[in-house]
Design a protein around this ligand. Structure first.
Ligand SMILES: NC(=O)C1=CN([C@@H]2O[C@H](COP(=O)(O)OP(=O)(O)OC[C@H]3O[C@@H](n4cnc5c(N)ncnc54)[C@H](O)[C@@H]3O)[C@@H](O)[C@H]2O)C=CC1
Ligand SMILES: O=C(CO)COP(=O)(O)O
Length: 337
C-alpha cells in the first residue's frame, strides 16, 4: 500500500483522496485554507460533494510538510492558478526522486508552461530536485461520479514507463481503470484546452442551439486542439484518446461540468464573473483562454472556436452574432492530409 499526500481539498482532490483511501492507501490531505481543514475534519463532508462520506482513515493537515514528507506519491489537486504557489511552499519538503502527480488542468499564462512543467520550474530553482518524476493524470473524470464509485477511466502520463506504471498500480481499482501514456505534454495540452471548447458548448446550449452544434464543436474543437498540440510535439494517440477526445466529450456534454455550466450561463446573458460566482468552483476554461490565444499566435495555428470564446467571454461580443460569424467563415475542406 502507498503513502499519498494530496495537496488541495477541493472537489477533485477529495474525490480522489476518498477513492485512494478506500483502496487501502494511507492518505494525508493538505489544504491552504485552515478553515477548510477544520471543517473537513469535523464534518467529514466536502461542501460540493455533499453525498460523499470522507473515510475516517484520511488525515487532514494545515502543515504542507506533513503531506509531502515520506510519501510514495504527492498529488497536486489545486486549481491551476495555485499550482505554482503550492509548489513553491512545498518545495523545501519534497525529496529528490519523489513522484509527483498533477491532476489540475491548465496552462500558465505568460510562461505557457503546462502544470507539471510549472511544478518542475518551481522545484528546479533550488538545484536540489533534478530527479523528481512528474506524472500528469487526466481523462474524462468528473469528481461527482468518482465520488459515487461510478466506473471511470484515466491516463497516467509520464515519459518514464516504470513511473507511469507505478502510478497506474496505485490508482487502479474496479471503478477506476488507468492507462499509461508516454506523452505528458500532449495529455496536459488536451486537459487544458478542452475546457475552452466546453465553454463554447455551454454557450451554445445557453443560446438554445442543439446537439448538432455540440457535436460540431466537439469535432472541430478537437481539430483545433490537435492542430496546435501536434505542432508543439504532442502525439496523435493522446488527442484521440481518453485525455483528448474522451475528456472533451464528457466536459462538453455533462451536466456536472463546471465549464459547460459556466458557458451555459454566459450563453444566457450572464457575464463571466457572474457565471463563475454561480458555478462556485474553478472554471478552468476561462483561466486557459489567455494561454490558448498566446500559443495559437506563437505556433501560428488557426483556432477559430477559441478566438470566438475569448470574444464572447472577455470582450463583450454578442454570442449569437459570434456563432453566425463562425458558421459563415471562409469555406474549408475537412481533409487535412
Ligand atoms: N472537479 C472535477 O471533476 C475535476 C477537476 N479537475 C481539475 O482539478 C483542479 C481542481 O479542481 P476542483 O477540485 O474541481 O476545484 P475546486 O474549485 O473544488 O477547488 C477548490 C480548492 O482549491 C484549494 N485552494 C483554494 N485556495 C487556495 C490557495 N490559495 N492555494 C492553494 N489551494 C487553494 C482549496 O482546497 C479549495 O477547496 C482543476 O484544475 C480542475 O480542472 C480535473 C478532473 C476532474
Ligand atoms: O476535467 C474535468 C472532467 O474530466 C472537469 O471538468 P469541469 O471542470 O468542466 O467540470
Amino acid at each position: 500500500m502507498a503513502k499519498i499526500g494530496v495537496l488541495g481539498a477541493g472537489t477533485w482532490g477529495m474525490a480522489l483522496a476518498r477513492m485512494l483511501s478506500n483502496s487501502g492507501h494511507e492518505v494525508t490531505v493538505w489544504s491552504a485554507l485552515p478553515q477548510e481543514v477544520d471543517e473537513l475534519s469535523r464534518t467529514r463532508r466536502q461542501k460540493n460533494l455533499p453525498g460523499m462520506v470522507i473515510p475516517d482513515e484520511i488525515k487532514f493537515t494545515k502543515e504542507i510538510a506533513e503531506a509531502c514528507q515520506d510519501k510514495d506519491i504527492i498529488l497536486f489537486a489545486v486549481p491551476s492558478v495555485f499550482v505554482r504557489s503550492t509548489a513553491k511552499t512545498a518545495a523545501a519538503f519534497i525529496p529528490d526522486g519523489q513522484i509527483i502527480v498533477d491532476v489540475a488542468k491548465g496552462i500558465e499564462p505568460d510562461t505557457l508552461l503546462t502544470l507539471t512543467e510549472v511544478i518542475a520550474d518551481e522545484l528546479n530553482k533550488d538545484g536540489k530536485h533534478g530527479n523528481v518524476h512528474y506524472v500528469a493524470m487526466s481523462g474524462p473524470t468528473h469528481a461527482e461520479e468518482v465520488a459515487k464509485d461510478l466506473p471511470t477511466t484515466i491516463v497516467s502520463a509520464c515519459e518514464d514507463q516504470a513511473v507511469a506504471e507505478k502510478v497506474q498500480d496505485v490508482f487502479m481499482n474496479k471503478n477506476m481503470r488507468v492507462y499509461t501514456n508516454s506523452d505528458r505534454l500532449g495529455v496536459e495540452l488536451c486537459g487544458a484546452l478542452k475546457n475552452v471548447i466546453a465553454l463554447a458548448s455551454g454557450i451554445c446550449s445557453g443560446l438554445g442551439y442543439g446537439d448538432n452544434m455540440r457535436a460540431a464543436l466537439i469535432i472541430r474543437g478537437m481539430a483545433e486542439i490537435k492542430r496546435l498540440g501536434l505542432k508543439m510535439g504532442g502525439k496523435e494517440d493522446s488527442f484521440d484518446g481518453l485525455a483528448g477526445m474522451g475528456d472533451l466529450i464528457v466536459t462538453a456534454t455533462s451536466k456536472e461540468s463546471r465549464n459547460n455550466n459556466a458557458g451555459y450561463l454566459i450563453g444566457k446573458g450572464k457575464s463571466a464573473e457572474e457565471a463563475k460566482k454561480e458555478v462556485g468552483m474553478v472554471v478552468e476554461g476561462i483561466n486557459a483562454i489567455p494561454a490558448a490565444l498566446e500559443l495559437a499566435d506563437k505556433y501560428d495555428v488557426e483556432m477559430p472556436i477559441v478566438f470566438a470564446v475569448d470574444a464572447v467571454v472577455n470582450r463583450g461580443a454578442d454570442a449569437r452574432e459570434t456563432v453566425d460569424a463562425l458558421m459563415l467563415r471562409e469555406k474549408k475542406s475537412e481533409m487535412t492530409k
